[in-house]
Design a protein around this ligand. Structure first.
Ligand code: NDP
Length: 334
């Protein structure tokens, strides 16, 4: 497993991170979740991503328990704050000083850890002054509860202003966590050039488009049992946007390209995001340990330029590129 530096910082993370959105504390039982974490560790993954809001805290708890016996210094733990948690009261969401300070304490308690490596703003909060948010994050770092600060799904202008304030506070932003895959490339036009200039990496989510790029969803056919597209607890809703026949048909055209490289389509999808040097890691999910073992083989793969062009041609109009699609809610979610 290869490591990459996170932004302009000295922190190294594995180029494949195991993330537990929708799975831990929800779609999969705790023993399967633990087996997935074990498979990740066995494959050399040391970087893990979660959030306070995943399964309303349960995902952090399950991950923390699964990592309990590991040497803390050998792990890089990312978590996040912004989406509503707990009883979802008026101050249980967003990026106010109150919620950030209470948020980190709750995350550490659930993870059973003294600190996280990267604490991330899960979205931009239009209802809190940015100065208040950045000062609160800086104070979390000063208190030793997080080592670095990152953000998620911020636009290029939000990254610029956030980085200006973060540098002034003494703790620069190191990463942005956007959605990025061969099908969803909205960060390429503005967010990536701004991040390069600001010394920030992308830590990209849903590199397999939630499983769609694995090629297992066939046009005109029912989704395989046990897959995210059949998960009534949230998976089916979040993946539905991608479950359109024209998208599924174009994805099937990637199969010969994967074959030519001797890869599974899932591995091709993960390797594709890792070709971008501004990407520090692909945040990959898994509902069973065999998927983890398969997916990690994408580390270190080089896709030659002619096959990158063939991927573009295969996906055609199914690719979303509009930079205006990087958005955070106008008002704080309840
Ligand atoms: P992926 O695109 O990697 O999708 C993962 C899902 O695809 C798995 O849960 C599994 O679902 C299926 N899958 C995995 N491997 C294979 C395989 N080899 N063959 C076939 N199917 C496979 O990413 P996620 O959408 O899970 O997101 C990854 C992480 O990104 C999250 O855990 C979280 O850490 C982060 N994230 C961050 C967000 C943010 O706002 N910052 C938003 C969303 C995610 P199944 O088996 O059920 O079909």
């Amino acid at each position: 497993m290869d490591y990459r530096f996170l932004g302009a910082s000295g922190l190294k993370i594995t180029e494949i991170t195991y993330g537990n959105w929708l799975t831990h504390g929800s779609q999969v039982e705790n023993d399967v979740a633990t087996a997935c974490v074990r498979a990740a560790l066995d494959a050399g993954i040391t970087t893990f991503d979660t959030a306070d809001a995943y399964a309303n805290g349960a995902a952090e708890q399950v991950l923390g328990a699964a990592l309990k016996s590991q040497r803390r210094e050998s792990l890089e733990i990312f978590t996040k704050v912004y989406w509503p948690v707990g009883p979802k009261g008026p101050n249980d969401a967003g990026l106010s000083r109150k919620h950030i300070m209470e948020g980190i304490n709750g995350s550490l308690r659930r993870l059973g850890m003294d600190y996280v490596d990267v604490y991330q703003a899960h979205r931009y909060d239009h209802e809190t002054p940015l100065e208040e948010t950045i000062q609160a994050f800086a104070d979390v770092v000063r208190a030793g509860k997080a080592l670095y600060i990152g953000v998620s799904e911020w636009s290029a202008s939000q990254l610029r202003e956030g980085q200006r304030l973060a540098r002034a506070a003494g703790f620069p932003l190191v990463s942005n966590q956007p959605q990025y895959s061969a099908l969803w490339r909205v960060i390429e036009a503005e967010v990536i050039p701004a991040s390069r200039e600001l010394g920030m990496s992308q830590v990209v989510w849903s590199p397999m488009a939630q499983g769609v790029l694995s090629g297992k969803y066939l046009p005109g056919q029912p989704a395989p049992a046990g897959s995210r597209a059949t998960d009534q607890k949230g998976g089916m809703r979040t993946i539905s946007r991608l479950m359109e026949d024209p998208v599924l048909e174009s994805v099937q055209k990637l199969r010969p390209i994967a074959d030519e490289l001797g890869l599974k389509m899932s591995q091709l999808a993960i390797a594709w995001v890792l070709q971008n040097p501004n990407v520090a890691t692909a945040l990959v999910g898994a509902s069973r340990p065999e998927q983890v073992a398969e997916n990690v083989k994408a580390s270190g793969v080089v896709i030659p330029p002619e096959l990158m062009s063939a991927i573009d041609a295969a996906l055609g109009d199914s690719v979303e590129r509009d930079p205006a699609k990087t958005v955070s809610p106008e008002s704080r979610p309840a």
